[in-house]
Structures are given as C-alpha cells and as structure tokens.
Design a protein around this ligand. Structure first.
Ligand code: NAI
Length: 488
C-alpha cells in the first residue's frame, strides 16, 4: 500500500520471497536475476539512482580537497533555542561539535536541553551509541541565558525571531567578541541575508544556513549566498552541513530562497482549489497519489497558517501578481484556526496526552465545517478531475522553478531537482520536479499551463492567470523540443 503502485521493486521482491519455498533453487535464482535485470532498467530505478548521485555530488561541495580547503567548524554558537535553534544545537552536539546555546528565555533552554537529552537517551536505549558517546553528546551542549562564551566559536548561527532588527542586533553584539573570520550564519526563512549582513563588520562572513523543520528529519540545508558572502564561507558552511548528515544546496538570496519559493504557489493553489469547491479529501488524495508525502492541506496545518501567510505575503511582495495569494487562510485565522499548533486548521487535531504510544494516538480528521470558507461565487459544482488538481498544484510550482532557473537561483536543473526531493519530499521515483517536466515534455507542460490559464475561474480570481503564464524559458524549451536535463 505504501508504494501506491509507484515502486515496483518491493512488490517484485515480495512475490519472489513468497514463492521461494515452492521453487527449486536454480529456478528461484533465475527468477531473481531476471527481476533484477528488469527493475534496473526502469525509469524509477534510473530516477532513484540519479537522486543518489546528485546527493553524493552535493556532499562534495564542502569537501576537504577543494581549493582552498574549507574551514572546519569545531566550536559553534547558536542564538535562539526555540523549535529550530534547539534542534540545530542538539544536532551539532550529536555530530561532534561543541555548542554554546543562548536564549533569553530559560524555559526555552530547558526545553531544548531536555529534548536533546531525551533524543540521546533513545539512541542509547536502542544501543545505537555507547554510554560514553551518549555522555559526550550531552556534555557538548551547554546552554545559558548569558551573552558570554562565544569568543572562541568558529561559527555562530542565529535562530531568533524572524525580524530584521532583532537578527542584526544579535549579530552586532556577537561580532564584537568574535574573530573576523568567524562565520555568522542565519537560519532566516524569509529575510534577505544581504540585508542582515548590511552594516556588520566583515559582511563576507555572513551566510544563510536554512534548515527545515523538523531539523533532525529533513535532509536538505539551503546555503544562502548573500551579495557579499565569500566562496570560502559558502564552502565552510556546506562542509558543516555535510558533517551534520545533511545535503547542502547553494542558493541565491532571493525571496523564499528556492524551496519555499516553489512551495508557495503549490500550497496557494491547493487553497484555491479548496476555495473553488474541490473536495478536500480528493485534493489530499490526488497529491498523495502523485507521490507527495502528505496532502497540501495537511502540510499547511503543520506549517501553521500564520507562518504560511507571512511567507505568502513576502513572496507576493517580491514576485508580484503571479504570487498573489487567496484570502482563505486569513478568514480561517479570523475563525481562530492556526493549524496543528492550536489543533484547529483544515483538520481537527485531537489532544494527545503526553506519553501516548504514537501508533495508538487518535488521528486527526478533516474538519467538518469547512464549507463556509468556500467561495460560493467560485464553487459552481465544478468537476475536479484528479489530473486537473495535480496539474494546478505541480505546474504552478514547475513554472516558478523555470523562473528561478532563469534567475540562476540555483546552479542548474540537477541541483533544483535534488532540492525538491530533499527539501519538500517531491516524489523521488519521479527524479525531481524538472525530471518530471521532462517526462511530460516542455510542449505538453506549456499546453497544460495555457489550459489552466484560460479556465474561467482562474481568470476571474485575484492575481488572475499570471501564475500560469508559461515562463519564457519553458516556452523556448517547448519551441525547440529540448528537455531540462541532458538525455541519459
Ligand atoms: P521560536 O519562536 O520557536 O524560537 C525563537 C527563540 O529565540 C525563542 O526561544 C526566543 O526566546 C529566542 N529569542 C528571541 N530573541 C532573542 C534574542 N535577542 N537573543 C536570544 N534569544 C532570542 O522560532 P523558530 O520557529 O525556531 O524560528 C527561528 C528562526 O528560524 C526564524 O528566523 C524562522 O524564520 C526560522 N525558521 C523557522 C522554521 C520553522 O518551521 N519553524 C523553518 C526554517 C527557518
């Protein structure tokens, strides 16, 4: 069931295993050899192997034999010990880096340290690590509300509130005690790294290190190169990301960087389909059947409507009409819905008492009174086909990806594909967003974009059809019948 019919290998393996007891050895081995041969030649296999190669290549970004050798971070500071900073500090300590964590709030620090200890404790109980290693991991994280203790850090990462003045003040203060070479990394998700660096001494050492939530689970880190960031700092930061077990992708300092810039239109299209009367259940199922790890409405609940609206507004400010967002989330917030964080979003999230076995915990269910957020004007008993839903969601993202490539936000289609698979869970068997575009062919992509752009309710909505007007580079690829990726 979990392959949703997209991954042939586990099914084949299961069938062979089930028939093995009734099959003579030699015939069984032959059948396995044939299965392996057939599976290895499928597009799914080629896509998965290409994702593997891309991630191996990305890890070379900060490799020690590049010239000059990137600096190694041995001691790090983290400022802001909330959801992100706490997770990042724990990860650093896990991976052998001495960390000093600072927060203004003792409660935040207690939570961060408590969570780190609990995580280490789980590894120890499962015998993944030895007792001395568990102690070392715990000892490597020191937490304090004091400003002191950062002088010897090779890198200080900030994960404080998402406000430019606060981030600048934090960096100004810590820059006073740091050497000029020490790296200042920001985990900002929507502010400009260049703006944060402005006015700081040695702005070339300011870089974005954009982790995704949850820190321990998400494999991608966007390394954001500000206008002044030096190559050496980019390389050292990428190297640190690799040391933390993450895959780095270097991106330009533009609104949303890469992953959130693409997720923006995807999530907004989901809300617009909902608004226009698509059944939320069908919407979620169509995205999952396409291969996304969760439905877009579920993802919005996870992100939180306040954060999503804020991100949407900054994308709109940067990219204009094609990034205009619907007002549905604002209306839902007026109704007191924020998503999972207050247990009311598109879903009702039941309260789960602490210590409940996650397998036995009550499940969230789609909220039953969502219909009042549906725009009567748009919802005219339209018939939404699964393919239409998927096209609206995925092609909105794909068109934005073409714009991002035109602007050199990322070094090429390969890196973009890697970021979509590792940063948003784009289905790995499809090989990434642009590989998917190549499967359709640029001509077909442009034709489908034009079809959506001329749909009556798309034309009538705020922002109109701008999002689906095919990007220049897509049209060029379509005219010359060229794929994003070199043929393999
Ligand atoms: P949070 O609210 O959980 O944590 C922020 C922490 O910073 C709080 O504990 C607060 O007490 C502390 N703080 C505020 N000002 C401070 C100061 N001057 N000195 C020391 N500590 C201070 O926020 P969260 O979610 O961890 O976000 C932090 C940063 O990470 C933001 O820039 C956010 O945009 C970014 N980010 C958040 C993601 C998310 O999904 N939550 C994902 C990626 C980036």
């Amino acid at each position: 069931a979990r392959t949703r019919g997209h991954y042939p290998a586990p099914i084949r393996a299961l069938k062979l295993t089930a028939s093995a007891p009734r099959t003579p050895l030699e015939r069984g081995l032959n059948a396995e050899a044939r299965a392996l041969g057939e599976l290895a030649a499928t597009d799914v296999c080629k896509n998965l192997v290409s994702i593997f190669h891309l991630s191996e290549e990305a890890k070379k970004l900060g490799r020690p034999d590049s010239e000059p050798e990137p600096a190694t971070v041995r001691r790090a500071g983290v400022i802001g010990g909330g959801v992100m900073g706490g997770g990042i500090a724990g990860l650093l300590a896990d991976k052998g880096v001495d960390v000093r964590l600072r927060d203004l709030s003792q409660a935040a620090l207690d939570d961060a340290v408590g969570e780190h200890r609990a995580r280490v404790g789980r590894r120890l109980r499962r015998r993944r690590i030895e007792p001395h290693e568990a102690r070392a991991r715990i000892d490597r994280l020191e937490a304090s509300t004091e400003a002191a203790g950062f002088a010897r850090c090779d890198l200080v990462l900030e994960a404080v509130a998402e406000k430019l003045e606060v981030k600048q003040a934090v960096f100004r203060e810590v820059a006073r005690v740091l050497g000029p070479e020490a790296i200042l990394a920001t985990n900002t998700s929507s502010l400009s790294v260049t703006a944060i660096a402005a006015g700081l001494p040695n702005p070339e050492r300011v870089v974005g290190m954009h982790f995704f939530n949850p820190v321990h689970a998400m494999p991608l880190v966007e390394i954001v190169r500000g206008e002044d960031t030096s190559d050496a700092v980019v390389a050292a930061t990428a190297r640190l990301a690799v040391k933390l077990g993450k895959t780095p992708v270097v991106v330009k300092d533009v609104a949303g960087f890469l992953v959130n810039r693409l997720l923006g239109p995807y999530l907004d299209e989901a809300v617009r389909l909902f608004e226009a009367g698509a059944d939320p259940r069908q919407l979620e199922a169509a995205a999952k059947q396409f291969g996304m790890p969760m439905g877009p409405l579920e993802l919005l609940d996870e992100v939180g409507f306040d954060i999503a609206s804020h991100a949407g507004a900054s994308l709109h400010a940067a990219y204009g009409e094609r990034a205009a967002t619907t007002g549905v989330l604002a209306r839902m917030m007026e109704d007191g819905r924020l998503g999972k964080k207050n247990r009311r979003g598109f879903y009702d999230h039941p309260e789960v008492p602490e210590g409940t076995d996650p397998k036995k915990a009550p499940k969230k269910t789609l909220s039953t009174d969502l219909s009042r957020f549906v725009e009567r004007d748009l919802a005219r008993g339209q018939d939404f086909a699964d393919q239409w839903i998927v096209d609206c969601l995925v092609l909105a993202m794909l068109n934005e990806a073409a714009h991002a490539l035109e602007e050199d936000v990322v070094s090429g289609p390969r890196e973009l594909d890697l970021a979509t698979v590792f940063g948003m869970g784009f289905p790995p068997f499809r090989g990434g967003l642009l590989r998917y575009a190549d499967t359709l062919g640029a001509g077909e992509v442009v034709a489908r974009l034009n079809r959506i752009a001329s749909a009556p309710d798309v034309l009538r909505r705020p922002g109109g059809a701008a999002r689906f007007a095919p990007a220049r580079s897509l049209v060029e690829l379509a005219e010359t019948n060229t794929p994003f990726h070199a043929p393999r």
